[in-house]
Design a protein around this ligand. Structure first.
Ligand code: C2O
Ligand code: CU
Ligand code: CU
Length: 514
């Protein structure tokens, strides 16, 4: 099955665009928009808790085959809010999970043992990974003794099904990531079909940084002046537990409360697992690797301080940009990464600089705070040329995708996710043009390849569309054109909305790269 015919496309597009006027009428509630969840726990004052700086996990061993890591997925009691404990589901019982530092060209072999009460599927987001290692939503790692429940339970208009191609494991498996890719900021998270939103919300996410010699040779800020920041929102009940209204709290039967069918929003922003943290910085340049790990929240980040503020973007999802780009604000949709340099040297010692989210007010409008506490020498720089960006020119198939809604069901080209029937069969090695139309603001994400944004409607790429991307925010009512080339592996991959509630309600498409 390839893209619908032009005629079919127009028909779909017409249908899909019809609800646009209703969208405006629905602002602030209903199934179309992400739904806010309200904490009833006593929340800390923003900027009173220190930011944890992730330290790279140690490989259990390094062999000719690569760097080996081991993680046990388990429940744990975390101290997130002062005065409470919160049960999390974590890689190694931590949230975020272990921070993985990978070397380009050296495989990462991660042995996972599942001690959770549910199956999981781990996806390395931004990893160029063979299909069996990519965390396809039915490639489940079951807890020990539960491999029989391989069938999918049905729901959201999807029939109960057994996926004959699924790679099922029980108890323990290795994920082998070749890491034949350039330096970039990646992250990993659960991808279990129907339950990704709930399981990531419980804590199944971690960061991964890929390093290479080319980037290492640049004078960018590093060491203590490099901060990976995983940003996500959560809500807490009066006992300090995460609020997430799944239909079945045991996460056996799929489904969620209508209130979050448009996406789950929390009222507390966590950075590296801590609510609205602060950190002390020197008056010098810092590299911030920003990852939006939220289920559904999009941020417009701005630096609020005595100076003019602003960010110098040096990288995106797929590593360094060709040249730095200045932004006053950064729009970051779920799944996206922005690698930026901030020069705290522009602020006097004693200044306070707050990272705010202008897309929201109140709690979700605050992210974290920097205290500029000391002078320091700074020999870092942001070179005017950062890397080469070979420009992709599509010559293969032109595919069209429509992201739409049918009642409270999210659809791609009118269809719900079907793991064993590919919606798209891209040709290995071809550079294709993909045009994606949507009604709402969906973060489109592709597995198996990075892409380049060619333009939006008749216009060129937007200001956040530079460089190699794997996640891009769609423009309601305007087609987003991408150049896509699959040249790493053949097999089964995924394209989907990275609003995790939309994803769980079937806004995914199976790709077969042939
Ligand atoms: Cu970050 Cu398919 O996901
Ligand atoms: Cu991904
Ligand atoms: Cu969506």
């Amino acid at each position: 099955m390839t893209a619908p015919s032009r005629r079919g496309f127009l028909k779909l597009a017409g249908l899909a665009l019809a609800p646009v006027p209703a969208l405006a009428a629905c602002q602030g509630g209903g199934v179309l928009n992400p739904g806010p969840l309200t904490s009833t726990a006593k929340l800390p004052e923003p900027f009173t808790l220190p930011l944890p700086k992730p330290t790279p996990a140690r490989p259990v061993r390094t062999t000719a085959a690569g760097d080996h890591y081991a993680m046990t997925l388990k429940t744990a009691e975390a101290r997130i809010l002062p005065g409470y404990t919160t049960e999390i589901w974590g890689y190694d019982g931590t949230f975020p999970g272990p921070f993985l530092e990978a070397r380009s060209g050296t495989p990462l072999i991660v042995t996972q043992t599942n001690r959770l009460p549910v199956p999981v599927a781990t996806h390395l987001h931004g990893g160029i990974t063979p299909p069996t290692e990519d965390g396809f939503p039915t490639d489940l790692l079951h807890p020990t003794g539960h491999a029989t429940m391989a069938g999918h339970q049905g729901g959201h208009g999807m029939p109960a099904m057994h996926d004959p191609y699924a790679h099922i494991a029980e108890g323990r498996r290795d994920y082998r990531f070749p890491m034949r890719q350039r330096a970039a900021t990646l992250w990993y998270h659960d991808h279990r079909m129907d339950f990704t939103g709930a399981q990531v919300w419980k804590g199944l996410a971690g960061m991964c940084v890929v390093r290479d010699a080319q980037e290492g040779a640049l004078p960018l800020p590093d060491g203590d002046r490099e901060l990976p920041l995983l940003i996500c929102d959560r809500a807490f009940d009066a006992d300090g537990r995460f609020i997430y209204p799944s239909t079945d709290p045991t996460l056996t039967r799929p489904g969620m409360d209508e209130a979050i069918a448009g996406g789950a929003l929390g009222d507390v922003v966590l950075v590296n697992g801590v609510p609205w943290p602060y950190t002390e910085v020197a008056a010098a340049r810092y590299r911030l690797r920003l990852i939006n790990g939220s289920n559904a929240r999009r941020y417009e980040l701005r630096l609020d301080g005595p100076g003019e503020g602003g960010f110098v973007q040096i990288g995106g999802d797929g590593g360094l940009l060709p040249a730095p780009v200045r932004h006053q604000t950064l729009r970051v949709s779920p799944g996206e990464r922005f690698d930026v340099v901030v020069d705290f040297g522009q602020y006097a010692v004693g200044s306070t600089v707050t990272l705010v989210n202008t897309a929201a007010s109140g709690g979700p409008g605050q992210v974290m705070r920097f205290h500029v506490t000391r002078k320091a020498s700074d020999d870092s720089a942001v070179p005017a040329r950062l890397s080469d960006l070979p420009k992709l020119t599509p010559s293969g198939a032109h595919r069209r995708l429509v992201f739409s809604r049918n009642g409270s069901r999210w659809r791609i080209n009118g269809r719900p996710f079907d793991p064993d029937t590919p919606l798209l069969r891209p040709r290995f090695g071809d550079t294709e043009r993909w045009s994606i139309l949507s009604v709402e603001r969906h973060p489109f994400h592709l597995h198996g390849a990075f892409f380049q944004v060619l333009g939006r409607g008749a216009a060129g790429p937007g200001r956040y569309d530079v460089g190699w991307k794997d996640t891009v925010e769609l423009s309601p009512g305007t087609e987003v054109h991408l150049a896509v080339r699959f040249d790493a592996y053949r097999g089964r991959y995924l394209a989907h909305c990275h609003n995790l509630e939309h994803e769980d309600m079937a806004m995914m498409a199976t790709l077969q790269i042939t």
